[in-house]
Design a protein. Structure first.
Length: 319
């Protein structure tokens, strides 16, 4: 074996050993998880992961609440790539570049995925006075009453808004949006019959469906969900190929050492697979996932492709 090759082998071994030692020493100080508002899915996921990680790592894990996807991304993209600043967020983060021209980072280039932590489906719910009980009936009614039906939604670009517009787009119907400042006021008007339908998060309306104040037509997830047993998917009941879910992923700054990413992934997946954690998620209308980094990347790319095209075609912009 020649001297240069021997030196190269020894150098590689030293670098590999250094990386392993770095991962073994991690974490040596508190970790910060940057996420959305206290009412967001990201905050809920972050606090459960923070509690679990604090116990297993023996270091404090702090949840840092911010406001928008752009602010969240900027705070983490600028942080050192050392595993001590993480990002817990959803589609507002990876779709930000489609809503605005002023996003200073790239969701795929400037961040490394850790795990897909959670998924929450929406429901299609209607006021009981609307004479439809299935998705195919809603599509037929919307086509016969072009621009006469309306749906309520909160902020532009929110999951209920995009789920509804995706429905319009794929079903080739024109159900008119009634914009509200928040989901609570939209839901109030829906139950009062002031608007006719809505695509809200399951956790916010399940009790109203069970009480009969609203009628659920379908769930927006790709597959039937144990979160609402017996309710068909949109895809299986009138609109093939449709799916819309609220995803939550955990990311770190780009160039975070792979050994640290792997350690975080293994520990987070272990927490998300615990029975008590799954129950906590389930009780709020959210499914705990836990995935490989590659699966999170695939989910993000899929949403960026589907919803990015929708946002561009409809000209939806940040308010």
């Amino acid at each position: 074996m020649s001297y240069p090759i021997l030196v190269l082998i020894l150098l590689c071994a030293m670098l590999d050993g250094a990386g392993s030692a770095h991962a073994q020493a991690y974490p040596a100080k508190p970790i910060r998880i940057v996420t959305g508002s206290v009412s967001s899915n990201g905050n809920f996921v972050s606090r459960i992961l923070a509690q679990g990680l604090s116990g297993s790592f023996g270091q404090q894990v702090i949840v840092d609440n911010r406001t928008s996807g752009i602010i969240l991304g900027d705070a983490v993209a600028r942080a050192p790539a050392d595993g001590y600043t993480l990002l817990s967020t959803g589609a507002s983060f990876w779709l930000a570049q489609f809503f605005s021209d002023n996003v200073p980072w790239d969701a795929l280039r400037d961040f490394v995925p850790i795990t897909l932590a959670a998924s929450a489906p929406n429901l299609i719910v209607v006021h009981p006075s609307l004479p439809v009980k299935h998705v195919h009936g809603l599509i037929a009614l919307a086509r016969s009453r072009a621009a006469q039906l309306n749906y309520a939604s909160g902020s532009t670009g929110s999951a209920p808004h995009l789920a509804a517009e995706l429905f319009n787009y794929m079903a080739r119907v024109n159900i008119v949006r009634i914009n509200y400042k928040g989901a609570a006021s939209a839901l109030t008007d829906l139950m009062a019959g002031q608007v006719q339908l809505m695509f809200p998060n399951l956790g916010t309306v399940s009790q109203h469906v069970k009480s009969g104040r609203l009628r659920a037509l379908a769930i927006t997830s790709a597959q039937p969900s144990a979160l609402f047993p017996g309710l068909p998917t949109v895809a299986s009941s009138g609109l093939s190929g449709y799916h819309a879910e609220v995803l939550n992923g955990i990311f770190a700054p780009a160039k975070t050492p792979p050994a640290i990413v792997s350690k975080l992934n293994q520990e987070m997946v272990r927490i998300l697979e615990r029975a008590d954690v799954k129950e906590k998620f389930f009780n709020t209308g959210v499914e705990a996932i836990g995935s490989t980094p590659e699966q999170l990347t695939a989910a993000v790319k899929s949403e960026m492709s589907l919803l990015g095209r929708l946002i561009r075609d409809l000209g939806i912009r940040d308010e």
